[in-house]
Design a protein around this ligand. Structure first.
Ligand code: ADP
Ligand code: MG
Length: 357
């Protein structure tokens, strides 16, 4: 692909904070952005050049978007495939819809990883209570039951401590197609954030240690402890194989568990990721910049740390009340997403702290 000249327009499907930060990064590189989202209040639209508030399924709106944009990307993976595939028939879309299709279904995602030699938790696809009970006899307890599709931030999943809890778990996830995963004993969670360009070049970031609270990412810290650092190469190599196998263009994120037997793949996201927000100030080129560079055919930017240690803390719900305190901290960079209401569990912003060791 030829390099997209500055002044070109990048379409973004989705109106959340990831789109907001992508639009800012695009603007810095001289590109225009156009956001399509159904939300009345789109925080991505606040930083984009233009915004269409509409349903993703309107052909008229998609035709307009294809006309207006030189390349299209998306900022969330639960978008329906149809509009993405339709756009891809008219304008370059990155990452390609095939990556989205795999990442949207936990069973196809895990099966795909199995085929390219990655390690996952033992898993079975289940579509009925009988299949769940049968899967439990193979996988054993404790285990986790996750809806096949549409899960995020720990939603759509329930832990099963012993086989007697199967029925309650099946009810709890709404009796829908799911996967049962064996419970992985891990010391740490981490992620590999990798950018791949049209020419197959790749850059990946040093892995953050990701700590969750109530199923939501709370903290990402770097440099990662030895338990993660020792598994970085294997996890990054697997992420690279995934990107190559998919002919991927853009940022790809894979979440891993660090175990005594090496990294276990948890899930992938075909997009920029919350565990990469630290890269805005904590890396030479951010994940958002590298996504824009990749989809526009520019050379990829440097992923090296800009400080000896970096920490990203999510500001969830009422955490935003601490803004004044955070602004007074030396080395702290506050990001607010422009959301009007601080509901519990809602990601309102984040703070990145650049630290000395
Ligand atoms: P989400 O899409 O909500 O991020 P994940 O599959 O990443 O879903 O699960 C959320 C969190 O639950 C993980 O970050 C991890 O802490 C925990 N978890 C998920 N699967 C397993 C597993 N098989 N074994 C142990 N812990 C798990
Ligand atoms: Mg996850």
């Amino acid at each position: 692909m030829t390099l997209l000249p500055p002044g070109s327009t990048i379409g973004i499907l989705g109106g959340g904070q990831l789109g907001r930060m992508l639009a800012s990064a695009a603007a810095e590189l001289g590109y225009r952005t156009h956001v399509l989202a159904p939300d009345a209040e789109s925080v991505a639209a606040q930083t984009a050049s233009s915004f269409t508030r509409a349903d993703y399924h309107s052909r008229i709106v998609l035709d307009e978007m294809a006309e207006l944009c030189d390349v299209v990307t998306y900022e969330f993976e639960n978008i329906a495939i149809d509009p993405v595939a339709y756009l891809a028939s008219k304008v370059p879309v990155h990452p390609a819809p095939a990556a989205l299709e795999i990442a949207q279904d936990r069973a196809s995602e895990k099966a795909f990883i199995d085929t390219i030699g990655g390690r996952t938790a033992p898993w079975r696809r289940v579509t009925s209570i009988a299949e769940l009970q049968a899967a439990l006899t193979v996988i054993g307890a404790p285990a986790i039951l996750k809806t096949l599709r549409l899960g995020y931030d720990g939603k759509g999943q329930v832990r099963i401590a012993d086989a007697g809890e199967a029925e309650a778990a099946w009810e709890a996830i709404g009796q829908q197609p799911a996967i049962l995963e064996g419970f992985v004993t891990f010391s740490h969670e981490f992620s590999i954030i990798l950018a791949r360009g049209h020419d197959g070049s790749m850059v990946s970031y040093p892995p953050p240690w990701n700590q969750h609270k109530d199923g939501i990412l709370a903290l990402s810290t770097l440099p990662a402890p030895a338990e993660i650092a020792g598994q970085w190469a294997v996890a990054a190599a697997l992420t690279g194989r995934i990107a190559d196998a998919l002919g991927y263009v853009g940022i790809l994120t894979c979440e891993f568990f660090a175990t005594v037997d090496g990294p276990v793949f948890n899930e992938m996201a075909p997009r920029v990721h919350n565990s990469g927000h630290w890269t805005i100030e904590g890396a030479v080129a951010s994940q958002f910049e590298n996504h824009i560079r990749a989809i526009c055919g520019l050379p990829l930017g440097d992923s090296a740390l800009t400080a000896p240690a970096v920490e990203m803390e999510n500001l969830i719900g009422n955490d935003v009340d601490r803004c004044a305190e955070i602004l007074a901290e030396p080395g702290a960079h506050l990001h607010l997403y422009g959301k009007a209401n601080a509901r519990p569990g809602r990601k309102m912003g984040h703070v990145t702290r650049l630290k000395r060791l």
